[in-house]
Write a protein that binds this ligand. Sequence first.
Ligand SMILES: Cc1ncc(COP(=O)(O)O)c(C=O)c1O
Length: 395
Amino acid sequence: MRVPLLDLSEQYRALADPIRAQIDEVFASQSFILGPKVAAFEEAIRSYCSAPNAIGVSSGTDALLAILMALGIGPGDAVITSAYSFFATAGCIARVGATPVFIDIDLGTYNISPAALERYLTESCRRGEDGFLREPQGKIVRAIVPVHLFGLCCEMNAIHRISERFQLEVIEDAAQAIGAEYPFAGGTAKAGTMGEVGYFSFYPTKNLGAAGDAGMIICRSDSFAQRLRSCRQHGMEERYYHDFVGGNFRLDEVQAAILGAKLPFLDAWSAARRAAASFYHEEFKRLGLTNRLSLPAEPYRDAGLPNHHIYHQYVIRTSQRDALRDHLTRNEVGTAIYYPLGLHEQKCFAYLGYQAGDFPETERAAQESLALPIYPELPRDAQRYVAETVAEFFA
Ligand SMILES: Cc1ncc(COP(=O)(O)O)c(C=O)c1O
């Protein structure tokens, strides 16, 4: 049996008519950039997340770039993030001229470790007489970018407490976590709404995927939202008058129209992914594999939140990862490694001076993690085949 890592064709078949109708409307209007579809989709996301402001942008990467530019973060500044994430998180920090500072993860969740973060801020950083918090090389520590990896929120209560203590901006990378919920500050909050600002990616493989690149920023402050709107249009408020240097970070109408047609189904798709994750769990238990594999953690399961994990990816861990992957490939099961290197080990960041061994949990995740097929329409017999193929490997 062939089981791809991801197959979106059934989702498209089910929604082909409404999506085509939306695209027709865009062509009929001849409004292609920042028109009514973008405004409607921004409003839909704002309402879905209960966020004060939503700003459509051209990708998740451009969302972070625009946020950093709008905050005026640049040379002389440092921004903290997880050592284990998609490259864009750190790449954007470097692109604005700031210094990325990496922190290790908790292996159980793959998310930034609040304990390691607090240790770094307490032991390695100093607040100078000028009031700025500086890292050992003297860069001003401005912000932290927690990444809600694979659809599971970071421990935001702890991160919030730390950010308040050290007066850091919190920029949530919710690229993989739209709709994920977290028991925040005695209530419930959605990914992206717990810091000052957060962002999503609608890359086609995401739980809510466009037919190309697209992204969204959500933020609390109206004035910052205004600055971001201006930033996505080259820092322009009044046409052809530029108050600061921004970029072309605009979301186009076709993508917004498609995403708007898909958004009403997002929670059902995430629930289907969660059901598929539970099914894997039961299968691995039935096959006696729970002591051979580390299965995804669900730390907020008992908090009574439906979307405690949205399973953008279903990631297992084993010390025999590469051999298991080869076995699955031979048996036509699609897998992926997110990510084969910690960000601190990327060649382009050699100048930062990190060494292999600096972040043991990240490095272990990079060596042992393996993503198995997961998507809302994944048939149970395909999942059973995946689990049995894994069992065959360990037999
Ligand atoms: C964690 C994370 N951050 C940022 C991004 C960047 O988003 P995009 O691909 O839309 O630029 C992604 C997308 O893959 C991601 O997974």
